[in-house]
Design a binder for this molecule. Structure first.
Ligand code: UTP
Length: 290
Protein backbone atom coordinates (compact mmCIF):
# COMPACT_ATOMS: atom_id res chain seq x y z
CA UNK A 1 0.00 0.00 0.00
CA UNK A 2 1.25 3.47 -0.91
CA UNK A 3 1.59 6.04 1.83
CA UNK A 4 -0.37 9.29 1.51
CA UNK A 5 2.32 11.99 1.60
CA UNK A 6 1.07 14.85 -0.55
CA UNK A 7 -1.61 17.49 -0.21
CA UNK A 8 -3.02 19.89 -2.78
CA UNK A 9 -4.61 23.14 -1.63
CA UNK A 10 -6.54 24.87 -4.43
CA UNK A 11 -6.46 28.60 -3.80
CA UNK A 12 -7.03 30.11 -7.21
CA UNK A 13 -10.72 30.98 -6.84
CA UNK A 14 -11.94 34.54 -7.17
CA UNK A 15 -13.52 34.77 -3.71
CA UNK A 16 -16.54 36.70 -4.97
CA UNK A 17 -18.46 36.16 -1.72
CA UNK A 18 -16.00 38.44 0.04
CA UNK A 19 -15.97 41.34 -2.39
CA UNK A 20 -14.87 44.08 -2.09
CA UNK A 21 -12.28 42.72 0.38
CA UNK A 22 -11.03 40.21 -2.18
CA UNK A 23 -10.67 42.70 -5.02
CA UNK A 24 -6.96 43.08 -4.24
CA UNK A 25 -6.42 40.58 -1.40
CA UNK A 26 -6.38 36.79 -1.70
CA UNK A 27 -9.36 35.38 0.24
CA UNK A 28 -7.00 32.79 1.76
CA UNK A 29 -5.09 35.61 3.46
CA UNK A 30 -8.13 36.96 5.33
CA UNK A 31 -7.30 36.40 9.00
CA UNK A 32 -9.09 34.59 11.78
CA UNK A 33 -8.07 37.05 14.51
CA UNK A 34 -4.35 37.06 13.60
CA UNK A 35 -3.81 34.01 11.42
CA UNK A 36 -4.60 33.77 7.68
CA UNK A 37 -7.16 31.05 6.91
CA UNK A 38 -4.71 29.17 4.69
CA UNK A 39 -2.31 28.74 7.61
CA UNK A 40 -4.95 26.70 9.47
CA UNK A 41 -5.16 24.40 6.45
CA UNK A 42 -1.39 23.99 6.17
CA UNK A 43 -1.26 23.22 9.91
CA UNK A 44 -3.96 20.54 9.55
CA UNK A 45 -1.91 18.95 6.75
CA UNK A 46 1.25 18.93 8.83
CA UNK A 47 -0.61 17.62 11.91
CA UNK A 48 -1.91 14.78 9.75
CA UNK A 49 1.60 13.73 8.69
CA UNK A 50 1.54 15.19 5.18
CA UNK A 51 5.09 15.80 3.93
CA UNK A 52 4.67 17.90 0.78
CA UNK A 53 2.05 20.53 0.00
CA UNK A 54 1.21 22.10 -3.34
CA UNK A 55 -0.79 25.33 -3.31
CA UNK A 56 -2.59 26.10 -6.58
CA UNK A 57 -2.59 29.86 -6.91
CA UNK A 58 -3.72 32.35 -9.52
CA UNK A 59 -3.79 36.03 -10.27
CA UNK A 60 -3.32 38.21 -7.20
CA UNK A 61 -2.26 35.35 -4.91
CA UNK A 62 1.39 36.30 -4.44
CA UNK A 63 0.83 37.24 -0.75
CA UNK A 64 0.22 33.53 -0.05
CA UNK A 65 3.73 32.70 -1.27
CA UNK A 66 5.19 35.61 0.68
CA UNK A 67 3.42 34.51 3.84
CA UNK A 68 5.21 31.16 3.79
CA UNK A 69 8.57 32.66 2.80
CA UNK A 70 11.05 34.26 5.16
CA UNK A 71 10.91 38.03 5.58
CA UNK A 72 14.50 38.87 6.50
CA UNK A 73 13.93 42.58 7.12
CA UNK A 74 11.03 41.93 9.49
CA UNK A 75 12.90 39.13 11.26
CA UNK A 76 15.97 41.35 11.82
CA UNK A 77 13.80 44.17 13.08
CA UNK A 78 11.95 41.95 15.59
CA UNK A 79 15.19 40.30 16.63
CA UNK A 80 16.99 43.63 17.27
CA UNK A 81 14.04 44.79 19.40
CA UNK A 82 14.07 41.52 21.38
CA UNK A 83 10.51 40.63 20.32
CA UNK A 84 11.10 36.90 20.63
CA UNK A 85 7.45 35.79 20.68
CA UNK A 86 6.57 37.72 17.52
CA UNK A 87 9.73 36.48 15.84
CA UNK A 88 8.72 32.89 16.61
CA UNK A 89 5.27 33.52 15.11
CA UNK A 90 6.79 34.96 11.95
CA UNK A 91 9.33 32.14 11.60
CA UNK A 92 6.72 29.44 12.27
CA UNK A 93 5.44 29.68 8.69
CA UNK A 94 8.79 29.24 6.94
CA UNK A 95 10.65 26.00 6.41
CA UNK A 96 7.56 24.02 5.40
CA UNK A 97 7.79 21.86 2.27
CA UNK A 98 5.53 24.03 0.15
CA UNK A 99 5.27 24.18 -3.63
CA UNK A 100 3.28 26.55 -5.80
CA UNK A 101 1.74 26.30 -9.24
CA UNK A 102 -0.51 28.75 -11.02
CA UNK A 103 -3.87 27.95 -12.52
CA UNK A 104 -3.89 30.28 -15.49
CA UNK A 105 -7.65 30.79 -15.50
CA UNK A 106 -10.23 29.94 -12.80
CA UNK A 107 -12.01 27.25 -14.79
CA UNK A 108 -13.23 25.39 -11.72
CA UNK A 109 -12.07 23.29 -8.77
CA UNK A 110 -11.57 20.20 -10.97
CA UNK A 111 -9.32 22.20 -13.28
CA UNK A 112 -7.38 23.56 -10.27
CA UNK A 113 -6.74 20.01 -9.01
CA UNK A 114 -5.63 18.94 -12.50
CA UNK A 115 -2.74 21.43 -12.21
CA UNK A 116 -1.32 19.13 -9.51
CA UNK A 117 -0.91 16.14 -11.84
CA UNK A 118 2.91 16.34 -12.20
CA UNK A 119 3.38 17.12 -8.49
CA UNK A 120 1.28 14.15 -7.36
CA UNK A 121 2.49 11.57 -9.88
CA UNK A 122 1.18 8.09 -9.31
CA UNK A 123 0.33 8.36 -5.60
CA UNK A 124 -2.81 8.77 -3.53
CA UNK A 125 -3.12 12.36 -2.26
CA UNK A 126 -5.41 14.71 -0.39
CA UNK A 127 -7.18 17.84 -1.57
CA UNK A 128 -7.85 20.41 1.13
CA UNK A 129 -10.06 23.45 0.55
CA UNK A 130 -9.31 26.65 2.37
CA UNK A 131 -13.00 27.47 2.80
CA UNK A 132 -13.39 24.89 5.54
CA UNK A 133 -11.52 25.08 8.80
CA UNK A 134 -11.92 21.88 10.80
CA UNK A 135 -11.40 21.35 14.47
CA UNK A 136 -11.35 17.80 15.80
CA UNK A 137 -9.21 15.65 18.06
CA UNK A 138 -7.98 13.59 15.12
CA UNK A 139 -7.55 16.01 12.19
CA UNK A 140 -10.07 15.25 9.43
CA UNK A 141 -7.31 14.77 6.86
CA UNK A 142 -5.73 12.19 9.17
CA UNK A 143 -9.12 10.44 9.52
CA UNK A 144 -9.26 10.08 5.72
CA UNK A 145 -5.68 8.77 5.69
CA UNK A 146 -6.61 6.21 8.34
CA UNK A 147 -9.55 5.09 6.20
CA UNK A 148 -7.26 4.77 3.18
CA UNK A 149 -5.01 2.39 5.11
CA UNK A 150 -7.97 0.03 5.37
CA UNK A 151 -9.69 0.54 2.00
CA UNK A 152 -6.91 1.87 -0.32
CA UNK A 153 -9.77 3.73 -2.03
CA UNK A 154 -10.71 7.37 -2.57
CA UNK A 155 -12.67 8.79 0.35
CA UNK A 156 -14.41 12.16 0.68
CA UNK A 157 -15.35 13.88 3.88
CA UNK A 158 -19.07 14.57 4.22
CA UNK A 159 -21.22 16.24 6.80
CA UNK A 160 -24.97 16.54 7.40
CA UNK A 161 -26.27 19.93 6.28
CA UNK A 162 -29.77 21.46 6.49
CA UNK A 163 -31.86 20.10 3.60
CA UNK A 164 -32.51 23.59 2.20
CA UNK A 165 -28.74 24.07 1.77
CA UNK A 166 -28.06 21.12 -0.56
CA UNK A 167 -27.79 23.44 -3.57
CA UNK A 168 -24.62 24.92 -2.08
CA UNK A 169 -22.72 21.61 -1.98
CA UNK A 170 -21.75 18.40 -3.74
CA UNK A 171 -24.15 15.82 -2.28
CA UNK A 172 -23.66 12.06 -2.01
CA UNK A 173 -26.18 9.35 -2.72
CA UNK A 174 -25.15 6.84 -0.04
CA UNK A 175 -25.48 3.14 -0.66
CA UNK A 176 -24.68 1.41 2.61
CA UNK A 177 -22.81 2.23 5.79
CA UNK A 178 -19.98 -0.33 5.71
CA UNK A 179 -18.59 0.63 9.12
CA UNK A 180 -19.48 3.40 11.54
CA UNK A 181 -19.56 6.69 9.59
CA UNK A 182 -18.05 5.19 6.41
CA UNK A 183 -20.39 4.97 3.42
CA UNK A 184 -20.29 3.22 0.11
CA UNK A 185 -21.53 5.76 -2.42
CA UNK A 186 -23.89 5.17 -5.33
CA UNK A 187 -23.26 8.51 -6.99
CA UNK A 188 -22.41 12.17 -6.44
CA UNK A 189 -24.41 15.20 -7.48
CA UNK A 190 -23.01 18.74 -7.64
CA UNK A 191 -25.24 21.42 -6.07
CA UNK A 192 -28.66 19.69 -6.44
CA UNK A 193 -31.73 21.70 -5.54
CA UNK A 194 -33.31 20.34 -2.33
CA UNK A 195 -36.14 18.59 -4.24
CA UNK A 196 -33.64 16.46 -6.15
CA UNK A 197 -30.97 15.98 -3.46
CA UNK A 198 -30.38 12.25 -2.78
CA UNK A 199 -29.35 12.95 0.87
CA UNK A 200 -28.33 15.70 3.26
CA UNK A 201 -24.73 14.48 3.31
CA UNK A 202 -22.63 17.23 1.76
CA UNK A 203 -19.04 17.00 0.59
CA UNK A 204 -16.94 19.29 2.75
CA UNK A 205 -13.47 20.48 1.86
CA UNK A 206 -11.34 17.36 2.35
CA UNK A 207 -10.82 14.64 -0.26
CA UNK A 208 -8.47 11.69 -0.41
CA UNK A 209 -8.09 10.68 -4.04
CA UNK A 210 -6.31 8.04 -6.05
CA UNK A 211 -4.21 9.34 -8.98
CA UNK A 212 -6.62 7.89 -11.57
CA UNK A 213 -8.68 11.06 -10.97
CA UNK A 214 -6.26 12.97 -13.24
CA UNK A 215 -7.08 10.96 -16.39
CA UNK A 216 -10.74 11.69 -15.73
CA UNK A 217 -10.17 15.39 -15.02
CA UNK A 218 -8.30 15.75 -18.30
CA UNK A 219 -11.46 14.79 -20.17
CA UNK A 220 -14.05 16.24 -17.78
CA UNK A 221 -16.54 18.59 -19.44
CA UNK A 222 -17.67 21.73 -17.58
CA UNK A 223 -20.67 21.11 -15.32
CA UNK A 224 -22.59 23.28 -12.81
CA UNK A 225 -21.72 26.98 -13.17
CA UNK A 226 -19.92 26.08 -16.43
CA UNK A 227 -16.89 25.05 -14.32
CA UNK A 228 -14.89 21.82 -14.44
CA UNK A 229 -16.24 20.24 -11.29
CA UNK A 230 -14.22 17.91 -9.07
CA UNK A 231 -17.48 16.28 -7.93
CA UNK A 232 -18.34 15.28 -11.51
CA UNK A 233 -14.89 13.73 -11.96
CA UNK A 234 -15.27 11.82 -8.68
CA UNK A 235 -18.67 10.57 -9.84
CA UNK A 236 -16.94 9.20 -12.93
CA UNK A 237 -14.12 7.70 -10.85
CA UNK A 238 -16.79 5.90 -8.83
CA UNK A 239 -17.83 4.04 -11.97
CA UNK A 240 -14.47 2.26 -12.21
CA UNK A 241 -13.21 2.25 -8.57
CA UNK A 242 -14.77 2.21 -5.16
CA UNK A 243 -15.23 5.68 -3.64
CA UNK A 244 -16.22 6.09 0.00
CA UNK A 245 -17.53 8.93 2.12
CA UNK A 246 -16.45 9.51 5.71
CA UNK A 247 -19.00 11.33 7.86
CA UNK A 248 -17.28 14.04 9.87
CA UNK A 249 -18.65 14.83 13.29
CA UNK A 250 -16.19 17.49 14.50
CA UNK A 251 -16.46 21.25 14.29
CA UNK A 252 -16.44 22.95 10.88
CA UNK A 253 -16.17 26.65 10.16
CA UNK A 254 -17.27 27.63 6.68
CA UNK A 255 -14.93 30.58 6.32
CA UNK A 256 -15.75 30.91 2.62
CA UNK A 257 -19.02 32.44 3.82
CA UNK A 258 -19.41 35.77 5.65
CA UNK A 259 -21.33 34.41 8.64
CA UNK A 260 -18.99 31.42 9.02
CA UNK A 261 -16.03 33.78 8.93
CA UNK A 262 -17.43 35.96 11.71
CA UNK A 263 -18.31 32.88 13.82
CA UNK A 264 -14.78 31.53 13.41
CA UNK A 265 -13.33 34.88 14.48
CA UNK A 266 -15.50 34.98 17.59
CA UNK A 267 -14.77 31.41 18.67
CA UNK A 268 -11.07 31.60 17.92
CA UNK A 269 -10.94 34.97 19.68
CA UNK A 270 -12.59 33.42 22.73
CA UNK A 271 -9.71 30.94 22.89
CA UNK A 272 -6.96 33.42 22.07
CA UNK A 273 -4.71 34.03 25.05
CA UNK A 274 -4.35 37.77 24.45
CA UNK A 275 -7.99 38.68 23.97
CA UNK A 276 -10.20 35.90 25.36
CA UNK A 277 -11.05 37.61 28.68
CA UNK A 278 -11.83 41.01 27.17
CA UNK A 279 -13.78 39.51 24.28
CA UNK A 280 -15.93 37.46 26.67
CA UNK A 281 -16.74 40.60 28.65
CA UNK A 282 -17.51 42.50 25.47
CA UNK A 283 -19.89 39.80 24.17
CA UNK A 284 -21.70 39.62 27.54
CA UNK A 285 -22.22 43.39 27.53
CA UNK A 286 -23.27 43.42 23.90
CA UNK A 287 -25.78 40.59 24.44
CA UNK A 288 -27.61 42.75 27.00
CA UNK A 289 -28.49 45.18 24.23
CA UNK A 290 -30.24 42.54 22.02
P1 UTP B 1 -15.36 28.34 -4.43
O1 UTP B 1 -16.50 27.73 -5.13
O2 UTP B 1 -15.49 28.64 -2.98
O3 UTP B 1 -14.97 29.64 -5.25
O4 UTP B 1 -14.10 27.41 -4.69
P2 UTP B 1 -14.15 30.91 -4.81
O5 UTP B 1 -13.87 31.65 -6.05
O6 UTP B 1 -12.94 30.59 -3.99
O7 UTP B 1 -15.11 31.74 -3.85
P3 UTP B 1 -16.51 32.44 -4.15
O8 UTP B 1 -17.53 31.33 -4.14
O9 UTP B 1 -16.40 33.13 -5.48
O10 UTP B 1 -16.66 33.40 -3.02
C1 UTP B 1 -13.79 26.30 -3.85
C2 UTP B 1 -12.29 26.15 -3.79
O11 UTP B 1 -11.75 25.90 -5.07
C3 UTP B 1 -10.76 26.83 -5.41
C4 UTP B 1 -11.04 28.05 -4.54
O12 UTP B 1 -9.87 28.80 -4.33
C5 UTP B 1 -11.58 27.41 -3.28
O13 UTP B 1 -10.55 26.97 -2.44
N1 UTP B 1 -10.87 27.12 -6.86
C6 UTP B 1 -12.09 27.31 -7.42
C7 UTP B 1 -9.72 27.16 -7.62
O14 UTP B 1 -8.60 27.00 -7.11
N2 UTP B 1 -9.85 27.39 -8.95
C8 UTP B 1 -11.05 27.59 -9.55
O15 UTP B 1 -11.08 27.77 -10.78
C9 UTP B 1 -12.20 27.55 -8.76
Amino acid sequence: MQKVRKAVIPAAGLGTRFLPATKAIAKEMLPIVDKPTIQFIVEEALNSGIEDILIVTGKGKRPIEDHFDSNVELEMNLSSKGKKELLDLVEETTGINLHFIRQKRPLGLGHAVLQAKAFVGNEPFVVMLGDDIMESKVPLTKQLMNDYEKTTASTLAVMKVPHKDTSKYGIINPNSEISKGLYNVKNFVEKPNPKEAPSDLAIIGRYLLTPEIFDILENQKPGAGNEIQLTDAIDNLNKTQRVFARQYTGKRYDVGDKLGMVEANIEYGLKHKEISVSLKEYIKELAKTF
